[in-house]
Design a protein around this ligand. Structure first.
Ligand code: SIN
Length: 283
């Protein structure tokens, strides 16, 4: 087998072919995959068709798996494998809502957010339901020197759900809510492997900017979000059944799309790889 790496965008993302992940992954292949994720931030492995056990083995190549937040979205026999499906959230005025709408980075309210997240497409609608990714390292690099200097060193409180969240979250009981942490996170992080600076944004969870008047803080977040989500920073994955995608949450944001026929079913397995506490970019 010859592993082939084909870039998907000028700045990030690669498609990997020539390997069969249904077979045991030896240390040589594991090393190549880890290097590819470090180099490209988003990896697409088309039509691998992994079952939960094979998907779990793939995820473990990148580190320890992170427990799923909600039992109700977790496979019974595989506690580290969750799922995203068409039926996770109730319809809003008859309209489909899906988890993960609006660009975000996963579980940013945790002290140690997942370093990577991965999905396997089990069932996909005939049209729509793509996942989009934007490169928040390049978005940071393109800011003016003055704005970079202004935002390095700033922090935002990431909570279960921002009072200004543009997206819907799973409704929780008071007991469940009490278990969800909040953490102060840098607005600009430094990647622990590449050392690159990246914007760290999640408008669904950020409560303003610490030390800044409320309206000014949200205006700054919205400005950075608009900048980082421009189409020039985007790779859009159009799923086919069996595709596997893994991404680095410290390098890209991602979003799901509720733009498909709700009569059709979309179902993906999902896992996360445990991360470390985030490091603020040096001023
Ligand atoms: C997510 O993990 O945010 C969901 C992505 C998707 O379902 O496309």
């Amino acid at each position: 087998m010859t592993l082939t790496v084909q870039p998907l965008h000028t700045q990030f993302g690669a498609q990997i072919t020539g390997i069969d992940l249904t077979q045991a992954i030896d240390e040589g292949l594991a090393l190549r995959l880890r290097q590819c994720l470090a180099d490209y931030a988003v990896l697409v492995l088309p039509k691998q068709g992994l079952n939960p056990a094979q998907f779990q083995a793939f995820g473990q190549v990148f580190g320890e798996l992170m427990p799923q937040q909600f039992k109700k979205y977790t496979l019974d026999d595989f506690p580290f494998i969750g799922f995203n499906s068409t039926n996770d959230l109730p319809r809003k005025n008859g309209k489909l809502q899906v988890r993960g709408e609006n660009y975000h980075t996963d579980h940013s309210n945790e002290l140690c957010p997942p370093r990577a997240t991965s999905l396997v497409a089990v069932q996909i609608p005939s049209v729509g339901g793509d996942t989009q990714f934007v490169d928040v390292r390049q978005a940071f690099d393109d800011l003016s020197h003055e704005l970079k200097q202004k935002i390095k060193g700033l922090h935002s409180m990431h909570v279960l759900q921002s009072s200004r969240s543009p997206r819907s979250f799973t409704k929780l009981t008071e007991e469940e809510k009490a278990k969800i942490p909040s953490h102060l996170q840098p607005l600009v992080i430094e990647h622990p492997v590449s050392g690159r600076s990246a914007l760290y944004l999640n408008t669904g969870r950020m409560e303003g900017v610490q030390g800044m008047p409320e309206e000014e803080g949200y205006a700054l977040i919205n400005h950075l979000y608009e900048h980082a989500t421009q189409s020039k920073y985007e790779y859009r994955h159009r799923w086919q059944v069996g595709d596997l995608v893994i991404w680095d949450n410290r390098s890209v944001m991602h979003q799901a799309n509720a733009d498909y026929d709700p009569e059709e079913y979309r179902y993906l397995y999902r896992l996360m790889v445990t991360g470390d506490a985030l490091r603020a970019a040096k001023a």
